[in-house]
Design a protein around this ligand. Structure first.
Ligand SMILES: Cc1cc2nc3c(=O)[nH]c(=O)nc-3n(C[C@H](O)[C@H](O)[C@H](O)COP(=O)(O)OP(=O)(O)OC[C@H]3O[C@@H](n4cnc5c(N)ncnc54)[C@H](O)[C@@H]3O)c2cc1C
Length: 327
């Protein structure tokens, strides 16, 4: 099985998500059948060598200062011309903020299917087809999907669901430069994922501390209170779907079944009831602190420290408590 994956970059570095895709690829195929595709305004040479010596035997790089790293038509055009030439059986991307925008667009361009947000990938022994597992029906069942009639079989994979990669001591890979296809330049108005959305998403995925808000925050303007707490303790800001659906924070801030999975050291849940779909994305946080007026809120069942109280009274006191101390 020839497996390729789209390796995202940020600030010249290859993301952790790319290495997670490499780990999945190594589960599915032998190193000589694994290729990485990078489309970026610039990337550090040492980063490319590290990827090439971690089991990606072919690294295809389209480096063009003129493109935004979040330029969907340009990245899709590169993926398309790469797939026409290299003909991978499987093309993987991260279910990151950008991957979730790019992959449906690229799949449509290549007239193939896409399974989004997979948590497990396997090869079917009899057919060699990709078995793509993802939660369905509100997380109540795990659906196994295959794409027998179309190539490449495309899937995005939920961050942090990758198996730990086995150490790689084989031959390092080669790096091949790809041109930016003409089609990408002629694609009209650029469609990019805004850098603010990307930054919020990336910040959350890697955050050691998270302050998350639920509907108990009551209105958009009150989110500043949570943001002040987050700033005070160096935390990223996350949210429940209720908050995102109301447009108070962007989708990239959503934590849970249909949002991000996060594993911070500290998770402070403010006005969050603790629905199973939210818990699915944060219950493995190291320490969970919950503030809720309802003593029976399910969030208290997973909290290490529960504060039954009004967040509008508790949060200002927490901010004060964490104030830089003067003697
Ligand atoms: C298929 C599917 C996927 C979903 N995916 C996700 C997902 O990815 N992420 C997600 O979060 N949800 C998801 N949901 C929605 C989920 O079921 C819940 O509706 C949602 O998590 C509830 O958000 P909430 O806790 O903000 O709101 P609510 O459940 O309404 O809870 C608000 C809480 O705030 C408390 N409160 C009110 N005022 C205050 C105050 N002043 N101080 C302190 N506490 C207060 C209340 O007691 C209450 O417990 C999904 C649902 C479905 C069906």
């Amino acid at each position: 099985m020839k497996v390729a994956f789209f390796a995202e970059t940020t600030g010249g570095k290859i993301t952790r998500g790319a290495y997670e895709l490499l780990a999945w690829s190594r589960r599915l195929a032998a190193p000589e059948e694994i290729a990485a595709v990078i489309v970026t305004p610039s990337v550090d040479e040492a980063e490319l060598r590290r990827l090439a010596s971690s089991g990606a035997r072919r690294v295809f790089l389209c480096e063009a200062p003129s493109i935004d790293r979040a330029d969907i038509p340009a990245c899709a055009a590169v993926l398309r011309s790469f797939c026409e030439a290299y003909r991978p059986d499987v093309l993987l991307g991260a279910a990151s903020v950008f991957g979730r925008a790019l992959f449906p667009y690229a799949a449509m361009q290549m007239k193939t299917g896409l399974t989004a947000d997979c948590t497990m990938l396997e090869a079917e022994p009899e057919t060699g087809l990709l078995l793509q597992t993802r939660p369905a029906i509100g997380g109540n069942v795990m659906a196994v999907i295959k794409t027998p009639g179309y190539k490449p079989q495309m899937a995005t994979v939920r961050p942090r669901s990758a198996p730990s990669p086995a150490p790689y001591s084989g031959e390092p890979g080669t790096i091949t430069r790809l041109p930016l296809p003409e089609a990408s330049r002629a694609s009209g108005a650029p469609r990019t994922v805004s850098s603010a959305r990307l930054a919020l998403g990336e910040e959350l995925a890697d955050a050691r501390r998270i302050v998350a808000v639920g509907k108990g925050i009551k209105r958009e303007g009150n989110i500043d209170l949570a943001r002040r707490l987050a700033d005070r303790i160096g935390a990223a800001l996350g949210a429940t779907r209720e908050v995102v659906d109301r447009g108070w924070l962007p989708y990239s801030a959503q934590i849970g079944l249909s949002g991000k999975t996060v594993v911070p050291q500290l998770y402070i849940a403010l006005g969050i009831s603790g629905a199973v779909q939210h818990l699915a994305g944060m219950r493995t946080a190291r320490k969970i602190v919950a503030v809720n007026t309802d003593p029976d809120a399910p969030i208290f069942q997973v909290a290490d420290l529960g504060i039954v109280g009004d967040l509008f009274e508790v949060v200002p006191r927490l901010i004060e408590e964490f104030a830089p101390q003067t003697k």
